[in-house]
Design a binder for this molecule. Structure first.
Ligand SMILES: [Zn+2]
Length: 473
């Protein structure tokens, strides 16, 4: 395994090992910080391949680093494996849960983790047989979905020595991202009041639910007076237990997002003041609990261009008629907003954009584009040049975080996208070794940004890493 072509061939030969791992994680969806089976499966796999394993990265029991090789450069692959609540779904083209209310892989992190691991191992095999210096490190990262696992890992110094980071995300197109993601902070607001009989003695009650509702009204008025990039959303975790009891406890869970961390901080302080105002209006107390946060992403354009070149060399993904038909059935149940994006942002021919699976290689998004989501990859991207690749693993109209994504995550469609991502990342990593000038350019681009605006960890030092004993190790 000496040439770059050998990397692609090796991944084809070993495909079954990685798709089996991805399927096993799909079969056992685990929520944030509870990815016990997935983390153990991956760490054992890499240990058997000669990687040195370190657990408890950042104080998280389901986070690990697997390292092989020595010296510079240190090339990282960031995998994930957490599922989403309530998205249980069979591998079929109509919505039907395996177990109603159970978790499911609605963001494709089963593919994401196994694909990054496949890239890391293929790159290791190549480094070894080519006799090249360098360190390959795979990170098993928990809790991307709302838990900010990587932020805790980064806060503990786990990414301080990296030279470049590869990550990919399952998506409906093949493209190396150049844009960014929103910064986010997450809070719990816990209101405490006084119970009383709601009919006989209401004047003695102090309703925590009233406070919660007034806070939401205040925040909904705030929306008019924030910049366009700001996103505010909440869910009510507790609103009392019976209408005839004035509730003494109510709890909401808020996300606030903005592009720049400074803007976000300002918005969060305004939201917190609204919560305090609502408590004052209702004679209740509010407890503000910071949960987690992440920072806008810093996509590296040199790495994106490198992967675009690799993709064009490889060609896109070929999907069969059978796969297209399966995805078309899923598409029937979703709207056309992705199709509009394909035409308007990526310049895809309108007729081609109607395909149920888009295997073409698409150009990177414009530099200034900010995708209105958030990820803890954002934080990891502030430690070293970082690429965020997307490949086609789901039906073109399917919405992220929906049953439609789960429905392709265990099929040949998901497998093809995953192995394609593994090839692109491993080949790009090998290119960084063969052409150190590309890595140097990527690092120059990175340094120019972080010197101007240094990274600040969004999670305060006094917020401890969520810790759950790992029952499998
Ligand atoms: Zn995701």
């Amino acid at each position: 395994m000496r040439t770059k072509q050998d990397i692609a061939d090796w991944l084809d030969e070993h495909e079954r090992r990685f798709t089996r791992m991805s399927d096993e994680i799909w079969d056992n969806p685990e929520l944030q910080f509870m990815e016990f089976k997935a983390s153990k499966l991956q760490a054992d796999f890499l240990a058997a391949e000669g990687f040195r394993i370190t657990w408890d990265i950042g104080g998280l029991s389901t986070a690990f680093a697997a390292e092989w090789g020595s010296g510079k450069p240190v090339i990282a692959f960031a995998g994930e494996y957490d599922a989403l609540p309530g998205l249980s779904q069979k591998d079929q083209s109509a919505p039907d849960p395996i177990s109603a209310g159970a978790p499911g892989h609605g963001c494709g992190h089963n593919l994401l983790g196994a694909g990054c691991l496949a890239a890391a191992l293929a790159f290791k095999q190549w480094l070894q047989s080519a006799g090249r210096a360098g360190t390959v490190r795979y990170y098993g990262c928990p809790a991307e979905e709302g838990g900010s696992g990587k932020v805790f890992m980064g806060r503990a110094g786990a990414f301080d020595d990296l030279d470049a980071t590869f990550n990919w995300h399952p998506w409906y197109i093949n493209s190396a991202m150049k844009g960014s993601l929103l910064s986010v902070n997450r809070y719990y607001f816990r209101f405490h009041g006084q119970t009383a009989h709601a009919a006989a003695d209401p004047h003695s009650g102090r309703s925590a639910l009233d406070a919660l509702e007034l806070m939401n009204i205040g925040v909904n008025y705030l929306r008019e007076h924030v910049t366009d990039d700001v996103r505010l959303h909440y869910s009510i975790l507790s609103g009392g237990l019976a209408p005839n009891v004035v509730p003494d406890y109510a709890e909401s869970y808020y996300y606030a997002r903005a592009i720049e961390p400074d803007t976000l901080e300002d918005v969060c302080q305004r939201v917190i003041r609204i919560a305090k105002g609502a408590a004052m209006m209702t004679d209740t107390e509010v407890e503000v609990v910071y949960k987690s946060g992440s920072t806008r992403a810093l996509s590296n354009e040199v790495l994106a261009d490198l992967q675009y070149d690799v993709m064009r060399e490889l060609g896109g993904i070929e999907f069969t008629d059978e796969e297209q038909a399966y995805a078309a059935a899923i598409n029937q149940r979703f709207g056309d907003s992705n199709v509009k994006t394909l035409v308007n942002r990526y310049g895809v021919d309108p007729q081609r954009a109607e395909q149920a699976l888009i295997g073409d290689v698409l150009p990177s998004k414009d530099k200034g584009y900010v995708s209105p989501g958030s990820s803890d990859m954002g934080d990891m991207s502030w430690f070293a040049p970082c690429s965020m690749l997307q490949t086609a693993t789901w039906a073109s109209r399917a919405a992220a975080h929906s049953w439609g994504v789960v429905a392709t995550g265990r099929t040949s469609i998901g497998h093809k996208g995953m192995m394609y991502a593994a090839k692109v990342m491993a080949l790009a990593a090998a290119e960084l070794i063969l052409s150190p000038e590309i890595l140097a350019r990527a690092q120059d681009e990175f340094r120019a940004v972080v010197e101007r605006s240094p990274y600040k960890c969004p999670i305060p030092d006094d917020v401890p890493a969520p810790s759950h004993a790992h029952p499998l190790r």
